[in-house]
Design a protein around this ligand. Structure first.
Ligand code: 13P
Length: 248
């Protein structure tokens, strides 16, 4: 039985004040949530969110990491620095990183290896654009992204979470139907099964893309959907809690 997980990807939002309110509002309601809950603020807010969630069941994640361990890489943040700031998770290969910051499959792979080596749990994002879907290439794209990141890893796949985020559903208000999402989630599990059948059954696969309190229950009700990676709705305490409850 896979335990559901809901992660809030706060993206580049918030101030010291709003981040404090959001994190403490979520911690206050932790008793109502039975899924794993992860908050992913920007780097400079990690320490303060870490302090607020300390002693609660809510956990911390980063939105990215460097593919280098240390040195002259201005503006980068290493996996060890994230761990020191209290992170247990790191989002990797988000479509905004792939499209706006030109991250390649090979970059995602290098980051993922470093995260696993350091004991951080990667949330590996995959997903097709609208054009790729309309050309009938959604599965091919998702398979390429998965295998580029995960093939021939010495480290256990059990320590990886996959997030399927169709690019056309991110921040657009368009959501994949539960059936469309389930079809790709099931496909992702079958691709993981080629790497290890046993682990494919254990890996949690999250859905992301315009998840809201009104559609969460139906999406999370699908057999291969183990929770969500939430953007806009994670910036509102009540909405985020309602989504976590739908996953529980
Ligand atoms: P929205 O929930 O705002 O569509 O964002 C999804 C996302 O990109 C989470 O990583």
């Amino acid at each position: 039985m896979r335990k559901s997980l809901v992660a809030g990807n706060w993206k580049m939002n918030g101030s010291n004040g709003t981040v404090d309110q959001l994190a403490s509002g979520i911690v206050k309601n932790q008793a109502d949530m039975t899924c794993d809950v992860v908050l992913c603020p920007v780097f400079v807010h990690l320490d303060r969110v870490s302090g607020i969630i300390d002693g609660s069941s809510v956990e911390l994640g980063a939105q990215n990491c460097s593919d280098k361990t240390s040195g002259a890489f201005t503006g980068e943040v290493s996996v060890e620095m994230l761990k020191e700031s209290g992170c247990k998770y790191v989002i990797l290969g988000h479509s905004e990183r792939r499209t706006l910051f030109s991250e390649q499959d090979s970059d995602v792979r290098n980051k993922l290896s470093l995260a696993l080596e350091s004991g951080l749990m990667p949330i590996l994002c995959v997903g097709e654009t609208l054009e790729e879907r309309e050309l009938g290439n959604a599965e091919e794209v998702v398979q390429r992204q998965l295998l580029a990141a995960l093939s021939d890893l010495d480290l256990s796949l059990e320590s990886v979470i996959v997030a399927y985020e169709p690019v056309w559903a991110i921040g657009t208000g368009l959501t994949a139907t539960p059936e469309q999402a389930q079809a790709i989630h099931s496909f992702i599990r079958s691709v993981l099964g080629e790497l290890s059948e046993e682990l494919a059954q254990k890996v949690r696969i999250l859905y992301g893309g315009s998840v809201k309190p009104g559609n969460a229950q139906e999406i999370f009700g699908q057999p291969d959907i183990d929770g969500g990676l939430i953007g806009g709705a994670a910036l509102n305490v009540d909405d985020f809690i309602a989504i976590c409850q739908a996953a529980g």
